[in-house]
Design a protein around this ligand. Structure first.
Ligand SMILES: C[S@@+](CC[C@H](N)C(=O)[O-])C[C@H]1O[C@@H](n2cnc3c(N)ncnc32)[C@H](O)[C@@H]1O
Length: 389
């Protein structure tokens, strides 16, 4: 999906690689992609690649690169190393070797070296090791792109913004479809939907790493932002959306309202304090895309299996004709939803492996038939529930 998105934004030859998508383009494509990609986590500019057998080879490869041509010595620096199948055991040590090589190159060129700042660096260097190759990148994004800059209030388990955008695209949502998120938390899924439908650039409210790189052209960047501002104005004027969010937690709804207001999206998203088990369909057809609580981060004291089972009953009772997509990080909990899934998509929310499970809610036809009370009676499903099973 990311490769397709990047091609749409003007990338050439986009194709999936280990942990990313590789593509080609002129450097100012970095403005467009950082500003407009809803799915990418970072946009890295490849500046060098070398074979290696040991740490010294990596130091030498990093020393050969023209770092002082790409950024000035007064910028602070951070080096990140990731590896797949590398024979080298200490990535921390490789990180230090690369940092030393960059600093040594600067010392030779300008007589000074940049300082390291791991918390808020001006410039980020990434190195990616395979079994015998080391590739170096300069990060054009800076902070990860899921940090859109609209979150006003950090709740406990918000979904990453680019994952929320991905869920919408996987589910095939478009602006003509009503969308309900009955466990909306800080509102990420609905906000991403509204931004997409209003043609608002996801990166409009943030700063990017490329502004520290030597090829940064403030005028070209200014033009890209002006274009984005115009598109958002037109998009918002013509958007007619049906987006509904609710959550049982008052702080969650307060946070969602603050986030929605920060983007001026109040006219497009209806938010309510309510229990998901009381949700009803606002139209005959539509999509539910939601991320109910799961034990990993939200505390295991609630009876989550009972909540999932009861939510399945609500879906079945009140949302026939709809499609529901439920994202969950615990397979045991998903089993409590006693409806037959039509699709299961593996995804990661950060490091946490999840599934996005689709249910087509057709009246009386998709209840799993594993209990006697669920066998259809007179052509209809029994009314008895599976709550607590
Ligand atoms: C994993 S979080 C959702 C995070 C959300 N997608 C976001 O991006 O912020 C689950 C949410 O479900 C809410 N919740 C728990 N039980 C609920 C219930 N019975 N009805 C409605 N919301 C509930 C919690 O308050 C929490 O905000």
């Amino acid at each position: 999906m990311l490769a397709v998105e990047l091609e749409t934004l003007g990338a050439k030859g986009a194709h999936a690689t280990d942990g990313g998508v590789a593509f080609e383009g002129k450097l100012d494509l970095a403005y467009t992609i950082n500003l407009w990609s809803r799915l990418a986590s970072r946009v890295l500019w490849q500046v060098g690649v070398g074979r290696y057998r040991d740490q010294q080879n990596i130091y030498d490869a990093a020393l050969r690169l023209h770092w002082p041509q790409w950024f000035v010595v007064t910028n602070t620096l951070r080096v990140n190393v990731t590896a797949i199948r590398s024979p080298l055991t200490s990535l921390d040590f490789i990180t230090l070797k690369i940092k030393d090589a960059v600093c040594d190159r600067f010392r030779t060129a300008v007589g000074e070296r940049p300082s390291v700042d791991t918390a808020a660096p001006d410039v980020r260097i990434h190195a990616f090791l395979t079994a015998d190759t080391c590739t170096f990148y300069l990060d054009t994004s800076g902070e990860a792109l899921f940090k859109r800059g609209y979150r006003r209030d950090a709740l406990e388990a918000p979904l990453r913004e680019n994952l929320a955008a991905g869920l919408l695209q996987l589910a095939g949502w478009n602006a003509a479809l009503p969308l309900v998120d009955p466990f909306c938390g800080s509102g990420t899924i609905l906000i991403e939907a509204a931004m997409m439908a209003c043609d608002m650039a996801p990166g409009f409210n943030r700063v990017f790493g490329f502004r520290r790189l030597s090829w940064f052209d403030a005028e070209a960047w200014g033009t890209a932002r002006e274009d984005a501002a115009r598109r958002a104005e037109t998009g918002r004027a013509s958007a007619a959306l049906r987006l509904y969010g609710s959550d049982v937690s008052p702080p969650a709804i307060t946070a969602a309202r603050a986030n929605v207001a920060a983007l001026g999206l109040d006219p497009y998203i209806e938010l309510r304090l309510a229990d998901a088990l009381t949700a009803t369909a606002p139209a005959a057809e539509g999509l539910i895309i939601t991320n109910p609580p799961y034990g990993v981060r939200l505390g295991a004291d609630e009876d989550l299996p009972a909540l999932y089972a009861a939510f399945a009953d609500t879906l079945k009772r009140n949302f026939s004709g709809w499609r529901a997509f439920v994202l969950c990080g615990e397979m045991a909990l998903m089993k409590a939803i006693r409806l037959a899934p039509s699709r299961k998509i593996p995804l990661y929310n950060g490091a946490l492996e999840c599934r996005l499970v689709e249910y087509r809610l057709v009246a009386g036809s998709n209840r799993k038939q594993s209990a006697a009370s669920e066998v259809p009676v007179d052509g209809k499903m029994s009314k008895s529930t599976t709550r607590g099973q």
